[in-house]
Write a protein that binds this ligand. Sequence first.
Ligand SMILES: C[S@@+](CC[C@H](N)C(=O)[O-])C[C@H]1O[C@@H](n2cnc3c(N)ncnc32)[C@H](O)[C@@H]1O
Length: 302
Amino acid sequence: MIVMEEKYTHTSVMIREVAELLITDKGGIYLDGTIGMGGHAKKILEKLEPSGKLIGIDWDPEMLNIASNNLSEFSSQIKLIGGNFANLDEILRKEGILHISGLLLDLGVSSLHFDKPSRGFSFRKEGPLDMRINPANPLTAYTIINTWPYEQIEHLIRICGERFSHKITKAIIEHRQNSEIKTTTELASVIEKAIPFKAKNTRSSHPATKTFLALRVAVNYEFDNLTKALQKAIHVLAPGGRIAVITFHSLEDRIVKETFRFMAKMGGWKLVNKKPLSASEEEINSNPRARSAKLRVIEKIK
Ligand SMILES: C[S@@+](CC[C@H](N)C(=O)[O-])C[C@H]1O[C@@H](n2cnc3c(N)ncnc32)[C@H](O)[C@@H]1O
């Protein structure tokens, strides 16, 4: 389904699969840790009985307003809360909730983040080098690019899969010796010039894709938040409850895969799908963002 705010839309990925696999108790309490514009939440709420509840968390206050509008018909069954899903245990405790029947994490950012130049996520639109999901956080992409030492920037870009990490970082450091890199398009142009011509022509994605992903991951502590959320979810899931996670790149999928495997090995949990589910060809054709999505689900044994 597509939900919108002004001109911003976000097409939720594998919406039918998520609702089918996540719900095991139609009267239970569900936690959507990444409520966004509320696309998955709406589908889940449609399937719940009137006694079922959904808590929606988002780190970006802008998203909560949009979700609140989009889910207004379910206002008696939902509670929307601003916060980091890494603190899901505390958030639930404050609501007096000890156990939930399901947790959904649909990772990454919303299409709104890419489409709104002022948020600084896209190398295609001129904007400040920001990339904060929560604008109250102290670290920005600008700080990383203009103040971090060579070793830290190079390492960050390399672990996110950029094979020209050395050339790109060298170009950033050289550029900033003369003038600061202030905008997304300025950074994209520095990166483009740093990558060898031949490699640029053979790449299927824009030369700045991996560097921008690396910056976003670092600015928002994405791997750390995911690891913490999964560890905390272990304790709040009710027996028979499930955790469903949608990832969009291999590094975050590896965290989910390894954590779920470890949980299953330790006992008390079973993998609902041994291999991650991908979106159907039909969905990918209508929403290219779905191509890289992987859905993994685990269940707490009763
Ligand atoms: C892919 S979107 C979710 C879209 C949503 N499932 C829908 O159908 O509309 C990811 C959302 O997670 C939020 N987010 C990212 N990291 C977060 C975190 N650590 N804690 C809470 N929300 C987070 C983003 O602001 C964004 O709105």
